[in-house]
Design a protein around this ligand. Sequence first.
Ligand code: SF4
Length: 471
Amino acid sequence: MAKNPKAAKNRRPTTRRPRAVAATVTASASADIEDLASPSRCRAVVGPTTAAAEVRAELLRWYDANRRDLPWRRAAEPAGSGSGRGEEQRAYAVWVSEVMLQQTRVPVVVDYYSRWMARWPTVDSLAAATQEEVNEMWAGLGYYRRARFLLEGAKQIVEKGEFPRTASTLREVRGIGDYTAGAIASIAFNEVVPVVDGNVVRVISRFYAIPDNPKESSTVKRFWQLTGELVDPSRPGDFNQAMMELGATLCSKTKPGCSQCPVSSHCQALALSSQNASVKVTDFPRVVPKAKPRSDFAAVCVVQISQGFGEGIAEAEGKDNLFLLIKRPEEGLLAGLWEFPSVLVNEGKTDTLNRRKEMDKYLKQLLSIDVTRRSSVILREDVGQYVHIFSHIRLTMFVELMILNLKDDGEELCKEGPDSTKLRLINENAVQSMGLTSGIRKVYNMVKVFKEKRLKEQSQVPTRKRSRRLK
Ligand code: SF4
């Protein structure tokens, strides 16, 4: 099998007519590709059995020689390899790593995975954890729903008494979809099923020169079908990992290393690009413009409680200040996570006056207190804006700091509000150590910087003027 693009150029021509290729390519790149690569042609390239066997052999040979040494792969070595781990242990390791790897880069996952496995080395130990502990461990990885599903799935598996061993039974576990089910079933239990992730989509769409929209369900179905036809029957787990590895390394988005690719002699996109300079392998898969994220706006108030101290920020600092955190609802965005009091505001109403009005209303309803009657406000100022991008939302947070000096017992604040939202007053150390989302940490750091700046300014202002300015 050739590993050089020149080999592709010298390859026996496909059934396609080169003249037609050139003519179409000039008109429109996407239309050309569509015209050039029909599903039936694609299948003909690899052919039924011999070519498929070649592709498997070449890919696995390359994987054996080049695969990255990743901690979950060590845990996922086959039984009898000396690791002494059972299949269920491998299944758990694959599950945790695959869930972490969704939407997150490998170097980031390595550290999280190692800490996670040190704390919860088995599915039983994970099932005994609390959501709080899991969120704390997950903090910074984003897409917190994944952590929630891991915990719920672990509880479900432990309750059932055994780890599901097939893709179809794995899919019954909460949070496990086709991708994760395929990965666990093939890698841990040797089931001959495919795995299709973003990397595999890229490899397959180039390998078969598939011009279709990769997001459309019919195309996705086709990716699964084609990958399923290729999976190696004796080493399905390694084959699936090899496909993902190829997509993650050589067959990269913008600079594929076709000259080193183990399957280059079968790659349709490479063949097309060698026939016509205006076709590039990176034309596959088709780039589909992302839907514009929705723009949301939120007023965020970092409420700092400083009981019984003076009326200046300087006096409030250095004491055991408490910060008010609120638990988000158990469903929806960032479900069950802690945040500073936040309230959505309309786009045209993000000025300070409106935001404070909305925030005061929210705090009054939430805490059952009127902050202005039950406390004195030592300081209330805008700190700045922070934009957090979620997959489908662009959230602009208008952050303010409010330092309150409560006139009575601060414990009143910890009572549950009328909408059952949980409240918590925590000190600065806990803010640093508990599992807050990166967005909330960013907000807290903004406030910290703001306070440091204000303290510095105050230290340069004569005492009489200072107290006037802060009121
Ligand atoms: S496009 Fe990808 S699959 Fe095709 S030869 Fe290049 S690296 Fe290999």
